[in-house]
Design a protein around this ligand. Structure first.
Ligand code: GLA
Length: 406
């Protein structure tokens, strides 16, 4: 009897130990992560000073105050070879003080620090990948104070994505430092079907391109403009929510699209409850760019605690979309998107509409309730839902509203 009890206890302890490793860090990214990533503007041309400049600018430009938190170095931070013990080395020319000092600098500003690697043997830009070194790399990141790992999929060959990402998840968990785990396999293996227990966000498409509605071919793959990404995946909004987000990719705001397009890009990513990861050079960002990125009323829609990805309620002849997102206090965000090349004369009679949201079963109807209508880019109340909304939405632009029961 005694030995049965003993072996039962040992078995239970073993099971507890095993299950303690078989999970992601819970309680992270309960709202879509807000931050900055080096790739869209700098590719592998990154260094210590760049991170410090971005961290300083998060604070001085008010972006930190608006909620931005993560500074993430993408591909190209490592030396081309591991050391003789198989450890990754931060490129000594780019990061002469080492990566821990960089992380310390970011932390001292009250911000969080992220790095990139890849499930294959090499990253997409040809630096050493984590394959076969997952636990070793996770321990190294933990020792540096890394808070966020973006994990890519180049050179994955025939690897099973769910297994490969689970391995890295377990390695991070074993390293005992809570890190947001950002899955980047471009939606090729439908991560929305399996990644909730593994990562905190997952890319749903190939790379973003700095354009409104283009496809840029790169031989075997393409990158995609804002509308292409918006339209690419159907029926996956239910997979997204607190701690497990559909990631529409790092933003191109401030990188050369028009102000209208930048505004629409920001509004849409916010409506979709996508992570909002800036991809521009904050040192040269215009006032207009910073105003868009720092728009607290729009960010509040993105960060709403329900974490519901907007649904497309209407699609008027392909020119105008109406997107709707229920918010936690009974408010709704509504975004009119003019996809066309000419201004759209909007006449929207609220009383003729009833919006039913199929994740929470919330209904928005105007017969028995009146809502205040607030324009989130003008920062002013523009009427109520008792009157027909008359507005011009410029080409490639949005009218983004918050409806508040009055
Ligand atoms: C892939 C990813 C990008 C970026 C590059 C880096 O293309 O999808 O976001 O990380 O690799 O090489």
């Amino acid at each position: 009897m005694h030995s049965i009890t003993k072996s039962t206890v040992s078995l239970l302890l073993l099971l507890a130990a095993l299950s303690a490793h078989a999970q992601k860090f819970e309680g992270l990214a309960t709202r879509p992560p807000l931050g900055w990533n080096s790739w869209n503007t700098f590719a592998t041309n990154i260094n210590e000073q760049l991170v410090k400049d971005m961290a300083d600018l998060f604070v001085s430009s008010g972006l930190k105050d608006a909620g931005y938190e993560y500074i993430v170095l993408d591909d190209g931070w490592m030396a081309k070879e591991r050391d003789s013990n198989g450890n990754l080395i931060a490129d000594p020319a780019k990061f002469p003080g080492g990566m821990k000092a960089v992380a310390d600098y970011v932390h001292a500003k009250g911000l969080k620090f992220g790095l990139y690697n890849c499930a294959g043997s090499k990253t997409c830009a040809g630096y050493p990948g984590s394959r076969g070194h997952e636990y070793q790399d996770a321990r190294l990141y933990a020792s540096w104070g890394v808070d966020f790992l973006k994990y890519d999929w180049c050179g994955a060959g025939k690897m099973n994505a769910e297994e490969a990402y689970t391995t890295m998840r377990d390695a991070l968990y074993a390293a005992k430092r809570p890190m947001v785990f950002s899955i980047c396999e471009w939606g090729d293996n439908q991560p929305w079907n399996w990644a909730t227990p593994i990562g905190h966000l997952w890319r749903i498409t190939g790379d973003i391109a700095n354009c409104w509605n283009c496809e840029e071919g790169h031989g075997s793959w393409s990158s995609w403009g804002v509308l292409r990404i918006l339209d690419m995946r159907k029926g996956i909004r239910k997979a997204s929510g607190p701690g497990h987000w559909n990631d529409f990719d790092m933003m191109e705001i401030g990188n050369g699209m028009t102000v209208s397009e930048d505004r629409a890009h920001f509004a849409l990513w916010s409506m979709m409850a996508s992570p909002l990861i800036m991809g521009n050079d904050l040192r040269s960002a215009s006032k207009q760019t910073l105003e868009i990125l720092g728009n607290k009323e729009v960010i509040a829609v993105n960060q709403d605690s329900l974490g519901i990805q907007a649904m497309r309620y209407l699609d008027e002849n392909g020119d105008l979309d109406v997107w709707a997102k229920p918010l936690s206090n009974g408010d709704w965000a509504i975004c009119f998107l003019n996809r066309s090349e000419t201004p759209y004369q909007l006449q929207f009679d609220w009383s003729k509409h009833r919006i039913s949201e199929d994740i929470t079963g919330r209904n928005l109807q105007f017969s028995d309730a009146n809502y205040q209508v607030r324009d989130l880019f003008q920062h002013k109340n523009i009427g109520t839902t008792k009157v027909v909304l008359n507005a011009v939405v410029p080409a490639h632009d949005v009218l983004m509203l918050r409806l508040q029961k009055s």
